[in-house]
Design a binder for this molecule. Structure first.
Ligand SMILES: C[S@@+](CC[C@H](N)C(=O)[O-])C[C@H]1O[C@@H](n2cnc3c(N)ncnc32)[C@H](O)[C@@H]1O
Length: 305
């Protein structure tokens, strides 16, 4: 007998997400956050995951995207973390083709193209300067909506104000718009105190180093003998969970790997469903999410904090 959505909440489901998604009711998910295997990935996710060539990527992803669109609630958001690499001499275009297909063929709307900047990207073959380009130190996080309404909370992601902004908030700025016109032609009236919103808009570049090397998760991997090669950092997911969902919302990750989305969702009082095709990763993520839950209960914070 099919499970109800309530029975699927807070569980890790093992299998190809294309089949697993078929059991999820229409419009039942408040937010989808995921990072699928990238085209031509060098990372090995086990025998069930075959390499997808850039030219076949859109065709592979679209049936899954159709299911994601169906299960997402009308005011829900879909966050897609993805990257590309060189395909021959030039950078592959499959990511951009996918974004266009997600909008034109599936019906998603692009809300914002966020950049995840990883300042800890190590020097690599490009860094010798002989390949006509620098290393790539960012990935994309595309935020899509299903309709023209979606949940968005700015307050939890605001950044501390800069020193200059503090001055303007205290009414200590000088001059009117004409006196404060930038080369970009933006102009600011500093002759009165600016409204304090509790922090500034963080903008569209999310800076998070992906360099945790001895945290709780890695100790767990050593303990149970399973590793995952592509965990995304919790802070990256936190940005989207906090801004794009509310407490008690249901968040789905159809390519959940180590279970980061589940850990972060649970930490912020959201419900979650994780899916992965590799049974080892399902076991690893169940254990990590459970350990994070007990740690939350004990200390009021999650593992990895
Ligand atoms: C980039 S990793 C996700 C990493 C994850 N964000 C994390 O923090 O650990 C992609 C995952 O997709 C899984 N995968 C690949 N094909 C799949 C499919 N058809 N259905 C479900 N999972 C799949 C792989 O096993 C891998 O764990």
């Amino acid at each position: 007998m099919c499970k109800t959505i309530g029975e699927m909440e807070n569980s890790v489901m093992c299998g190809d997400c294309l089949q697993l998604l078929a059991d999820i009711p229409d419009d039942s998910i408040d937010m989808i956050i995921t990072s699928p295997p990238y085209a031509d990935q060098i990372k090995d996710y086990g025998e069930k995951v075959r390499k997808i060539k850039p030219e076949h990527y859109v065709e592979w992803f679209l049936p899954r995207a159709k299911e994601l669109y169906r299960v997402l609630s009308s005011n829900g958001s879909f966050i897609l973390n993805i990257s590309d690499k060189l395909d021959g001499k030039f950078q592959s275009l499959y990511v951009f083709k996918l974004v266009i297909a997600l909008c034109d063929d599936i019906g998603f709307h692009l809300v914002r193209d966020y950049i995840w900047y990883n300042p800890a990207t190590p020097p690599n073959v490009f860094s010798r300067g002989t390949m006509g380009r620098t290393k790539k130190s960012h990935e994309y996080c595309f935020w899509f909506s299903k309709s023209d309404q979606w949940t968005f909370n700015m307050d939890p992601i605001r950044k501390p104000y800069s020193k200059d902004m503090q001055k303007f908030l205290n009414g200590k700025g000088k001059g009117n718009r004409e006196d404060n016109t930038r080369p970009s032609r933006h102009n600011f009236d500093l002759s009165h105190a600016w409204t304090n919103h509790g922090g500034s808009d963080p903008g569209s570049v999310i800076t998070v180093g992906n360099n945790a090397s001895n945290d709780y998760f890695q100790k767990l991997c050593r303990e149970i003998g399973i590793r995952h090669p592509a965990r995304f950092p919790q802070q990256l997911i936190e940005f989207f969970v906090l801004s794009g969902s509310n407490e008690k919302d249901l968040i789905l990750d159809p390519f959940s790997g180590s279970g980061t989305t589940g850990v972060v969702a649970q930490k912020h009082n959201r419900k979650w469903i994780c899916m992965d095709i590799n049974p080892d990763y399902c076991e690893l993520s169940k254990r990590w999410i459970a350990d994070a839950a007990s740690s939350l209960e004990r200390k009021g914070i999650g593992c990895d904090d």
